[in-house]
Design a protein around this ligand. Structure first.
Ligand SMILES: Nc1ncnc2c1ncn2[C@@H]1O[C@H](COP(=O)(O)OP(=O)(O)OP(=O)(O)O)[C@@H](O)[C@H]1O
Ligand SMILES: N[C@@H](CCO)C(=O)O
Length: 355
């Protein structure tokens, strides 16, 4: 019997001005506990895989390996390597403490863990993390969450310009990359393989004094809806505003001791947060009311990913900061008893396999 655990961190994307570029891996981990009994002759489970699940969204996540996002992603990697199913007999137990659709990269973590699952069960040892990143980008098309979840820490991610033929390959509809149900009618057709070297990342330093306070409201904002409210075009002053801040952000967050005024300025944004205010009542009020001048320990604040989680960076006074943000969210929300959880997190290790 073979067994191993895949651990993948949650993540916060954007950190203010870095829309679709910057990601921060955080210390809430998705875990896959995998066992494979290759001695069994056959399996009663579809695709030779039994899926069990505990944690966030337990009632909603499909346990059918043909429909579950994680196993479909693993199967995509396997099928690109002429393996049509999981090895007999695979059991994947998913432990997921990352809240779904809240801006903490649950889908990015699922995609990264799924790609790693495909590599491990398929014994595809030649696939290094840079190549796995290409596979992730065929599924989640913005690199910030998957980059942070795969490589860990505080990262800048970017895509290389692709040839026309490669663009055509990455623009293949997701339904062809990840046919659902994955085991439907198996035509034996190989799915489109990712072009080589689509995605890249660079690691930024992170000052040890800085902690991330995640304030997690009890409602879902699906990423596709939060992307649909963004405009197609921006004005030159808004683009310049963000460029000026993104040039500061990685330096400001790497400096020890941190400079609160510089961080506060570097976390401002005009590309996504103002438009998402409609989906997250109170976001603008939180961003405009919090300042290092009036709140001890506070450095800066932003929307985490596509929201609704709010991410405050701070050196101390975490509870006071979280409570102020929760009060503002409640004041601006129709639901005055809006429930919010909060957690103090730090940069996390990237995806790894424990044997
Ligand atoms: N462990 C998992 N297993 C299966 N499906 C998952 C898992 N985690 C996330 N998903 C799918 O991803 C969806 C959430 O993705 P979405 O991109 O909307 O939000 P998010 O990734 O949590 O937030 P953000 O992208 O803003 O950080 C869930 O509704 C579910 O369909
Ligand atoms: N950069 C992405 C992250 C969410 O997945 C967005 O803000 O839409």
């Amino acid at each position: 019997m073979e067994s191993f655990v895949i651990k993948t961190p949650s993540s916060s994307a954007n950190i203010g001005p870095g829309f679709d570029v910057i990601g921060l891996a955080l210390t809430i981990y998705l875990e896959l506990h995998v066992t494979i009994d290759r001695s069994k002759g056959s399996s009663e489970h579809p695709l030779n895989c039994r899926v069990t699940y505990e944690g966030e969204g337990e009632a909603d996540i499909s346990l059918d390996p043909q429909s579950n996002l994680l196993t479909r992603v693993a199967l995509y990697v396997l099928r690109c390597h002429d393996q049509r199913a999981f090895p007999v007999e695979t059991h994947v137990h998913i432990k997921n403490p990352i809240p779904l659709g809240r801006g903490l990269g649950s889908s990015g973590a699922a995609v990264v863990a799924g790609v790693m699952l495909g590599k491990e069960v398929g014994r595809l040892h030649h696939l290094d993390n840079d190549r796995l990143f290409d596979y992730c980008l065929m599924i989640e098309r913005h690199p910030d969450n998957v980059g942070a979840a795969l490589f860990g820490g505080f990262v800048g991610t970017y895509l290389k310009p692709l040839t026309a033929a490669d663009v055509a390959r990455t623009e293949i509809p997701l339904s062809e990359v990840l046919p659902a149900p994955a085991g439907g009618v198996d035509t034996g057709k190989k799915p489109p393989e990712p072009p080589m070297g689509i995605g890249h990342h660079i690691k930024f330093p992170w000052a040890k004094e800085i902690k991330a306070v995640a304030i997690i409201p009890d409602f879902v904002v699906p990423t596709h809806e939060a992307r649909a409210v963004l405009p197609e075009k921006y004005t030159r002053p808004d683009v310049t505003f963000n460029l000026q801040r993104i040039a500061l952000l990685p330096v400001a967050l790497g400096q020890s001791p941190p400079d609160p005024e510089l961080i506060h300025l570097a976390m401002q944004d005009r590309i996504h947060q103002p438009y998402r205010q409609t989906l997250i009542p109170g976001l603008t009020e939180v961003v405009e009311s919090m300042s290092p001048k009036t709140q001890a320990g506070f450095l800066g604040v932003c929307l985490s990913g596509a929201g609704p989680t709010i991410l405050a960076l701070a050196t101390d006074h975490f509870e006071e900061i979280a409570n102020k943000i929760i009060d503002t969210l409640r004041r601006c929300n129709e639901k005055k008893d809006l429930r919010c959880e909060w957690k103090v997190l730090v940069p996390a290790e990237g995806t790894h396999v424990i044997r």
